[in-house]
Design a protein around this ligand. Structure first.
Ligand code: NAI
Ligand code: 15L
Length: 268
């Protein structure tokens, strides 16, 4: 059955903005939550994830939650701690209090950013390997996945953790030829994650059916996801501009790309 009322956190963000258009046709009534005002949506809740009263109020009566809110790239540890780690904990506590049974968590490829992309002929990456976060940001996604597991084992809240590749209108780098998730495929995947029966806590990679894919989409397909897009139609232009990815270039030697090569934000 399709859960009717779905709380969408991070609704003002890049993915949230696209999902506000693309999810309702699947039958959802979206409730919107973001620290920033959501343009053109006077009923959206404008509140931080640390505002537990606002969060509980927003979650009450929802059938499911799509949790996109958070810092979406590297930042000082204290900021990641508040928004992504404590914020996601607050979200699960609100879900538990309200009896929400299903969460879809926006994890990231940066939870395993230091894994090496498969070379030609090697098998695609599965979800069974260890976490290898490439940043404090990636570490917060590892935490979110483990938090989801805890709330399944202890509280019976089901989660699909989607390790999103790169969800933008178009791929803009040759790396994204491997990692791109088109917005339309993102909506297909979120719909599958919201409606698949008995997911417990399931971790999947989230990409389109890219010719140059690095990871196995079988776990996502098992939820009912059928991607329709392939980044390859952008390959000619991107490769002409940027060249073929060189696997010996440090920026291409790990899944996380430049997240693995930027200097870490350690305190002095
Ligand atoms: P974004 O940065 O455009 O949107 C995130 C939204 O979360 C923003 O509107 C922001 O105001 C809100 N937010 C941040 N901290 C908050 C807080 N403490 N309380 C309430 N709201 C808060 O990010 P985007 O690209 O839309 O990504 C959405 C989610 O998907 C993020 O969790 C990101 O980590 C994850 N993701 C995105 C990928 C992508 O390719 N766009 C790839 C992998 C994961
Ligand atoms: C992410 O997790 C980020 O949120 C997004 O901005 C992109 O950098 C994406 O990963 C990616 O790896 O391309």
């Amino acid at each position: 059955p399709v859960p009717r009322t779905v709380l969408l956190t991070g609704a003002a963000g890049g993915i949230g903005t696209r999902m506000r258009e693309l999810l309702p046709p699947y039958g959802y009534a979206l409730r919107l939550f973001d620290a920033r005002p959501v343009e053109g949506e006077p009923d959206a809740v404008t509140a931080d994830l640390s505002d537990t009263a606002a969060l509980r109020e927003a979650v009450r009566g929802a059938d499911a939650i799509v949790h996109l809110a958070g810092i979406s790239g590297e930042a000082p540890f204290g900021e990641i701690l508040r928004a992504n780690i404590e914020g996601t904990h607050h979200l699960y506590e609100a879900a538990r209090a309200a009896g929400v049974r299903r969460v879809v968590f926006a994890s990231s490829n940066h939870a395993v950013g230091f894994a090496a992309p498969p070379r030609p002929g090697e098998p695609l990456l599965g979800t069974g390997g260890p976490h290898r976060p490439d940043t404090f940001y990636g570490l917060s996604k590892c935490f979110g996945e483990d938090l989801a597991q805890l709330y399944w084992d202890r509280a019976g809240i089901e989660t699909v953790s989607v390790r999103i590749g790169s969800c933008f209108p178009e791929p803009t780098t040759v790396r994204m030829l491997s990692t791109w998730l088109s917005p339309a495929d993102c909506a297909r995947l979120l719909h599958a994650a919201l409606t698949a029966p008995e997911v417990g806590h399931t971790v999947v990679y989230g990409s389109s059916a890219n010719t140059r894919l690095w990871w196995d989409l079988a776990p996502a397909r098992a939820l009912g996801y059928e991607p329709r897009d392939d980044s390859e139609r952008y390959a000619g232009r991107l490769v002409a501009e940027q060249g073929e990815p060189d696997p010996d270039d440090p920026g291409h030697a790990c899944l996380g790309g430049t997240f693995c090569t930027e200097p870490p934000d350690w305190p002095d």
